[in-house]
Design a binder for this molecule. Structure first.
Ligand code: DGL
Length: 270
């Protein structure tokens, strides 16, 4: 069986890349729901329905474990899938998200105890991050800033253009106007590491900028150590297969930019 990695589009590739660097022995199936991206502006119910549909597909493709490498899906669909759908449909399979492991790291990094959260509208509005962070670190103030232009810039391969600087600066400035004491910014959307150079350029020099990939990879490694029953059923041939709900050609081209290496991809039909 394999490990499924799901995102609304290309963003989850920044997580997959770190999985393959830290845990190269496992076999992965990546599914990007590019036909319906972005999820960030969609309602709870729609994100839940789309995510569940994709998780089911990954289970049909023999995934024992699926990582929602998407903050929006983790914020809006993970809990219902874990509590309602899995026990009924797939009691022996697991679905994990990206919010909890990220929240666990934040307390060790901030010194001012003021943290800024950059994410999609859906992730920010869900309030999932402040809730998770404050369960563990009640003294930390979390201020969110939705960045609705960032995912479209990345999905359309415009993230390195000069035009992208305008939107990167705009959201960082807004966040820091709302809380100038922030010393740590979380890139709470798996697409955003693609904008890292520009984010660093427009953020104050002292700012800690957290990308999720390495954090989620460490957390998967420790999950597999603690769950030998899942680890035992996982294939260890180091394969990776890519699926998209949109055009295969477009996916291959963009995913190769994300991963900096050519890949093959397949179309997912429902
Ligand atoms: N990459 C996704 C996330 O981490 C979502 C992007 C989107 O579809 O809006 O939130």
């Amino acid at each position: 069986m394999r490990i499924g990695v799901f995102d609304s589009g290309y963003g989850g590739l920044t997580i997959l890349e770190q999985f393959r660097a830290l845990l190269p022995q496992y076999s992965y199936v990546y599914l990007g729901d590019n036909a319906r991206t972005p999820y960030g502006t969609r309602s709870f119910d729609v994100v839940y329905q789309y995510t569940l549909q994709c998780v089911k597909k990954l289970f049909e493709m023999d995934c024992a474990l699926v990582i929602l490498a998407c903050n929006t899906a983790s914020a809006k669909a993970l809990r219902t899938i874990q509590q309602k759908d899995l026990p009924l449909l797939y009691p022996n399979r697991r679905v994990l998200g990206v919010i909890r492991p990220t929240a666990e790291c934040i307390g060790q990094i901030t010194q001012s105890n003021h943290v800024g959260l950059l994410g999609t509208e859906g992730t920010i509005q869900s309030g999932s991050y402040p809730m998770e962070v404050n369960k563990l670190f009640p003294h930390i103030t979390v201020t969110g800033q939705a960045c609705p232009m960032w995912v479209p810039l990345i999905e359309n391969n415009e993230h390195l253009s000069d035009g992208a600087d305008y939107f990167v600066k705009q959201y960082i400035d807004k966040l820091l106007q709302n809380d100038p004491a922030i010393d740590t910014m979380v890139l709470a959307c798996t697409h955003y590491p693609m904008l890292l150079d520009k984010i660093k350029k427009h953020a104050p020099k002292h700012m800690h900028i957290i990308s999720q990939g390495p954090i989620i990879a460490e957390s998967l490694a420790s999950y597999l150590q603690k769950h030998p029953e899942i680890d035992a059923v996982l294939d260890k041939q180091g394969d990776c297969t890519f699926y998209t709900t949109e055009s295969v050609e477009k996916f291959k081209q963009s995913a190769s930019t994300f991963l900096k290496t050519p890949i093959e991809a397949h179309h997912l039909s429902w």
